[in-house]
Design a protein around this ligand. Structure first.
Ligand SMILES: *Cc1c(COP(=O)(O)O)cnc(C)c1O
Length: 375
């Protein structure tokens, strides 16, 4: 039987060789390779500074902490995301306040932001769902009016821009993931980019316990005493992760173009198919093309998930909305009906395979199975 993986990373022999180089060297943790990656990533994203971390969850957490968001504060975000987005707000001691999403795109509905703002609101975390950017100009206007910080969750959207606005351009801090199924990956990994050097210095200290010197400073040169002026976490990216990422970053546009092409084949094959709705790719955007999803009738969705897998097609659900996860229901009393648009997507969505190594004939097979089974 045909077997099509849900995801396959794009690490190549050169990436492995670069990582081997680190393994053969003496220095494995945060050092030269991390610095090189941070510099190259800053250039690509067009921000002054990047700080390499162990995850996007860590990036979101440190962004909130360094921007002074904590207990007693509210942060507005979307329920249509991976739970990491809202969990990071809880890790910071603040409270996530969800607003519903746009039916067409699944992105947080910027029209609803103002009605959710109170005295307690300190920040907004937009998530650029599947790779398509939120309306950052509008979000920025609201943030300025109410003096709120913006932290972007760009885990899906490294390559994205919208009407000339690059991801991260209008926010205090933008957070990225290099988790196993993201467009470039080190298995686990993440980063924050910012134009604010003071903030970047805070991130650098907070990623390593709040210590005032990195390990490379402490050990590769002469030993110096160090101090710990504040309490931080243990979130620093290591040289092995960075070595895996450097080459992928050099190929990032090439990898994007392959996904873009595959995406368009999916779109062509699945537009106007009865029983299937696609989210809209708005014009004037560079969609990062991270996840391709189809929306089907909720009473058929789960059966389709199982039959697609039975016929060899890897699938996922991104996402069942955060507010309906057990912990959120029980802790905050959320119920079905609270965010109906996000819930409808959560009940209807199926993520299909999308990655540079996927072949056109794989898509043809997936589409054939989908069309046969949806009837
Ligand atoms: C993957 C993902 C995260 C979490 O990334 P980690 O690096 O695994 O912490 C956060 N937000 C979104 C939208 C994601 O898809």
């Amino acid at each position: 039987m045909k077997r099509i993986e849900f995801f396959h990373h794009s690490i190549d022999e050169e990436d492995i060789e670069r990582a081997n180089g680190v393994l053969r060297s003496i220095f494995l943790t945060t050092g030269k390779e991390v610095e090189e990656f941070e510099q190259k990533f800053s250039q690509y994203i067009d921000k002054r500074c990047t700080v390499g971390l162990t995850s996007c969850t860590a990036a979101l957490h440190l962004s909130l902490i360094a921007l002074g968001v904590g207990p007693g504060d509210d942060v507005i975000t979307t329920p249509m995301s991976f739970c990491a987005t809202a969990n990071a707000i809880l890790h910071a001691g603040a409270r996530p306040v969800f607003i519903d999403v746009e039916e067409e795109t699944g992105n947080l509905n910027a029209e609803l932001i103002e009605s959710a703002i109170t005295e307690r609101t300190k920040a907004i975390i937009p998530v650029h769902l599947y790779g398509q950017m939120c309306d950052m100009k509008r979000i920025k206007k609201i943030a300025e009016k109410y003096n709120l910080k913006i932290i972007e969750d760009a885990a899906h959207a490294i390559e994205a821009s919208r009407n000339g606005i690059r991801v991260g351009e209008l926010s205090e801090a933008v957070c990225f993931s290099f988790y196993a199924t993201k467009s470039i990956t080190s298995g686990e990994g993440g980063a924050i980019s910012t134009d604010n050097r003071t903030l970047a210095e805070a991130f650098s200290m907070l990623r390593l316990h709040g210590i005032d010197r990195g390990a490379a400073d402490r050990y590769t040169k002469r030993y110096h005493h160090w101090d710990m002026p504040l309490l931080g976490w243990k979130y620093n990216m290591d040289n092995i992760q960075a070595a895996l990422l450097i080459g992928q970053l050099e190929r990032i546009e090439e990898l994007w173009q392959k996904r873009d092409l595959l995406w368009k084949i999916y779109e062509m094959e699945l537009t106007n198919v009865r029983g299937i709705r696609l989210l809209k790719s708005l014009s004037g955007f560079k969609h990062a093309r991270l996840m391709f999803t189809v929306l089907v009738s909720p009473d058929k969705r789960d059966a389709l998930l199982w039959t697609l897998q039975d016929r060899g097609v890897g699938v996922a659900v991104n996402y069942r909305p955060i507010h309906l996860l057990k912990y959120y229901r029980e802790t905050f009393g959320y119920r079905e009906g609270d965010y109906p648009v996000a819930e409808e997507i959560g009940k209807s969505t199926i993520s299909l395979p999308l990655y540079p190594a996927l072949k056109e004939e794989d898509i043809k097979y997936i589409v054939k199975v989908l069309k046969e089974e949806i009837i």
